[in-house]
Design a binder for this molecule. Structure first.
Ligand code: SF4
Length: 342
């Protein structure tokens, strides 16, 4: 809940108005997991609150630790799906990636995904509902690393902009003074470029943006990413060029390298052409092999040459280190599980 929603709630319960700020403090600063622990609320107030409300966290059901220190957490969720509101049980995943002085959490915004990118295990499994605010915030609040996190990236399961209202409310909790009070610079939202919602995100929030680009040529991108038909990447880049990324807010482009498909000089030059004039960075990612998919990852030499050509063309490009592959936590490998519940 936002502070405003908490204020409405306490008003309806005939509790003093300042109780709302106290509850926000317990939820988002002290991060307690029960109303009982909100000890500066009177006993009567706590009892009244507990009649209708609870702190909405869920703990992870399971965790896996990679040999490189990456930790993957599994959460069991139930999401309404379909017009009759049938609940579907799923498992969603969040991944902690420790790195020298940073501890980044990659979180999920949906159970599964509708977008159907061919190289992604989440896309293969289909869509099983939107996560609600509590299900997204649980991924941050309930894990042992929660208080030490330096960054959160919305790069887990799902397309965050396909669940925009919830994403926006969660970003408000994370960045408001009454919430986590984080700088938006600590947050990156990744998207394949759902244009109308991307515009809203750019207008309404200040967090960093990462766009999954993967191919500069429309016909080739369409072979991998059906979204290209609805929201061509050229239009996405044109929209981004209307915003200023020379200050605090940054935009980056994710580029997964497929051998013989998107990794030659033609692609590097086309990327430089379309990104010219935009203050940005390209993050090159080694492709993690998934079953029944024809392409392999590009080799190290090809990736180096591609990066060098981008850099020579005026685009800052880096090769992202692959993390957590042994626990299926690396990019494109989050699969979760799901089963329908009557
Ligand atoms: Fe969805 Fe992202 Fe996977 Fe595409 S890459 S299917 S948008 S989770």
């Amino acid at each position: 809940m936002s502070l405003q929603e908490l204020q409405t709630m306490v008003q309806e319960l005939s509790l003093p108005r300042f109780t709302a700020s106290q509850i926000a403090d317990w939820l988002y600063k002290k991060r307690v997991d029960s109303i009982e622990k909100m000890t500066n609320l009177s006993k009567a107030a706590r009892e009244k609150l507990s009649e209708d409300w609870e702190v909405g966290w869920t703990m992870p059901a399971e965790s896996f630790r990679s040999k490189d220190g990456t930790v993957k957490y599994l959460f069991e969720v139930e999401c309404p799906i379909g017009s009759d509101g049938t609940l579907e049980s799923s498992v969603i995943e969040a991944v902690v990636i420790p790195d020298e002085d940073r501890k980044t959490l990659c979180i999920s915004s949906q159970a599964g995904c509708k977008m159907g990118c061919r190289f992604c295990m989440t896309g293969r499994g289909g869509w099983h509902g939107n996560l609600d605010r509590a299900q997204i915030l649980s991924q941050i609040l309930s894990i042992p690393e929660g208080p030490e996190l330096t960054n959160v990236v919305f790069m887990g399961m799902g397309e965050p902009l396909d669940n925009y209202e919830t994403l926006s409310a969660v970003l408000n909790v994370m960045t408001s003074e009454w919430g986590f009070a984080w700088s938006p610079k600590r947050i990156t939202v990744s998207s394949i470029g759902v244009l109308p919602m991307l515009k809203r995100l750019l207008d309404e929030h200040k967090c960093h943006i990462a766009i999954s680009l993967h191919n500069p040529f429309p016909d080739e991108r369409l072979q991998m990413m059906p979204v290209q038909a609805a929201f061509p990447v050229q239009d996405v880049v044109a929209l981004l060029k209307r915003y200023d990324f020379s200050g605090q807010r940054r935009v980056s482009f994710e580029y997964t390298m497929f051998a013989g498909f998107n990794d030659d000089r033609r692609h590097a030059d086309a990327l430089c052409r379309i990104l010219k004039g935009l203050e940005c960075r390209v993050n090159m990612i080694r492709f993690h092999k998934i079953p029944d998919f024809p392409y392999e990852t590009s080799g190290a030499e090809v990736m180096d040459a591609f990066r060098n050509r981008l850099n020579a063309g005026g685009i800052t490009a880096t090769i992202r280190a692959s993390r957590g592959e042994d626990i299926m936590a690396a990019c494109g490998l989050l699969a979760g599980k799901h089963k329908a519940k009557a």
